[in-house]
Design a protein. Structure first.
Length: 499
């Protein structure tokens, strides 16, 4: 008889873990608190407009495809993709635009138009960070840490030194590139994982390298196609997806997770995989003091958290010819903008804005002649500063953002063309998705909250309990979260004698 596993949460990590477990012969239930699977990888469909709620940028497509290949399926049947070129368009305060391509000829032309010296520096940067990426991937990202000996050994410590993590991302980039706009073009991506480029370890400069070497891709239907396709595969393999089914508590007896409380019932699977945000899970689901270990409620509060986001989802009754699918518009003072988010904890006065326009390449995302515009501004997480996310704040900040957008050719009269609108604040990330402190990307990936120092995929002080998601090793971002699901399942398989 197949052993039973309960997976808590049907987000990216939970769905991926469920698929892997089914493929290994387990009986799997996924319990999801919300009425829709996907977690932050969710979708809004209103008035003919379709918006991705959270993640939008497809990097490292092979990792997306791997979960389907693992189950013996052709990824093309589930998540067909097209490569985007340009990957994104960057607009700087001085009016310069960079149409960033992963095509070498196009990229070289863009760089040489800026500076031959910086062209050489840019490619030297790519070579340097690629070497570090290979070490990070093999020795840290794709490896779980069960105990101190997995990290504190000569090989791991030597490899850790190769990563050159003691510089911040911006300082590391500046050693290769002198042009300030190019520096920003390489540095801003640390915001994808919720950390300042002036604070984040330099290893996170791998993000633009990954984009350039492997491209940025698009799935018809948007990122939610990935969530829908994982649900489809999970159910095809025989899994049971239970929506509107919140888990209230994980039962722990004699050092082992033995059950989950769902309403008035207690269910007793053989193993539990928790993909809920780790800080929330340790505070709200794990009540056993010994099982918490060092992650007491006080410790959870003391940890450092990533930034959050304020988002607008705008349905427009006109086309916008001057935007690409992915766009970044830098504020006049990017350094100050970042300080406001990560040090001063106020709403950015002149924010840098990410704009996502999937209807540019996918007519299914908006009615004919219309556009579905996703607008994102990084902001502080809820415990920092005194930002009150009430209707007054939302209205005022919306007006500030629309005022900035009106400087874009074709959007001068944007307000009069909005026919659908919805917003998302840090409070929504906290209340809807149980992102602790509204931190969109989970725990901040500082040097001492990464690798071995990040929460582990196997519970440290409780057998039969495993964790995956953006706040556990290896970290945030869809490809990395998919990797965390693999590591958590591999830990379970080891304990069950199957790996």
């Amino acid at each position: 008889m197949a052993k039973k596993v309960t997976v808590i949460g049907a987000g990216t990590a939970g769905l991926a873990a469920g698929i892997r477990l089914l493929k290994n012969g387990y009986e799997v239930d996924i319990c999801e608190r919300l009425p829709q699977a996907g977690g932050k990888m969710n979708q809004i469909k209103e008035q003919g407009f379709t918006f991705d709620v959270g993640p939008t940028i497809v990097m490292m497509p092979d990792i997306y495809r791997e979960i389907f290949e693992y189950a013996g399926r052709n990824p093309q049947d589930y998540i067909p993709m097209k490569r985007l070129d340009p990957m994104y368009v960057l607009t700087f305060p001085d009016g310069e635009q960079q149409r960033v391509s992963s095509e070498l000829t196009e990229l070289t032309g863009m760089l040489e138009a800026i500076s031959p010296e910086d062209t050489l520096g840019y490619f030297n940067y790519l070579a340097d960070v690629y070497k570090r990426y290979l070490v990070a991937k093999d020795e840290f990202i794709d490896k779980s840490f069960r105990d101190r000996g997995d990290f504190y050994n000569l090989k791991s410590l030597a490899n850790a030194m190769k990563l050159k993590t003691f510089d911040d991302a911006y300082t590391s980039i500046s050693k290769f590139v002198k042009n300030e706009n190019l520096r920003k073009a390489l540095a801003f991506q640390t915001l994808y994982i919720g950390i300042s480029p002036y604070q984040g370890p330099s290893i996170y400069t791998i993000i633009p390298m990954i984009e350039l070497l492997y491209g940025v891709w698009y799935m018809p239907g948007g990122m939610y196609t990935m969530a829908e396709s994982m649900v489809r595969l999970f159910e095809e393999l025989g899994g049971t997806l239970r929506l509107d089914t919140p888990v209230d508590c994980i039962d722990i007896e004699n050092g082992r997770a033995v059950g989950v409380h769902i309403g008035d019932t207690v269910e007793s699977p053989d193993y539990i995989v928790c993909s809920a945000d780790f800080p929330y899970a340790m505070k709200s689901l794990v009540h056993n003091k010994e099982a918490k270990g060092k992650y007491t409620d006080d410790k959870i509060n003391e940890l450092e958290y990533s930034c959050s986001c304020f988002l607008l989802y705008l349905g427009l009754d006109k086309k916008i010819p001057n935007l690409a699918v992915h766009n970044i518009r830098f504020g006049c003072d990017f350094d100050q903008n970042v300080r406001e988010i990560f040090e001063i904890y106020t709403l950015p006065e002149d924010p840098s804005i990410y704009l996502y326009l999937p209807s540019k390449v996918d007519p299914s995302m908006a009615p004919e002649g219309c556009e579905a515009l996703y607008v994102l501004v990084p902001v502080s997480e809820l415990s920092k500063g005194n930002i009150l996310w009430d209707n007054r704040t939302i209205k005022a900040y919306r007006e500030k953002i629309l005022d900035k957008l009106s400087a874009i050719p074709g959007l001068e009269d944007i307000e009069s063309h909005i026919v659908f609108e919805k917003s998302l604040t840090p409070l929504d990330f906290q209340d809807t998705f149980h992102a602790y402190k509204g931190a969109t990307f989970g725990l901040k990936p500082t040097l001492f909250q990464s690798n071995y120092f990040r929460p582990h995929n196997k519970a440290d002080h409780c057998e039969g309990l495993y964790f995956c998601g953006s706040s556990v090793h290896p970290g945030a971002g869809v490809p990395i979260v998919l990797t965390s699901a693999k590591l958590a399942v591999d830990e379970l398989l080891k304990d069950d004698g199957l790996l």
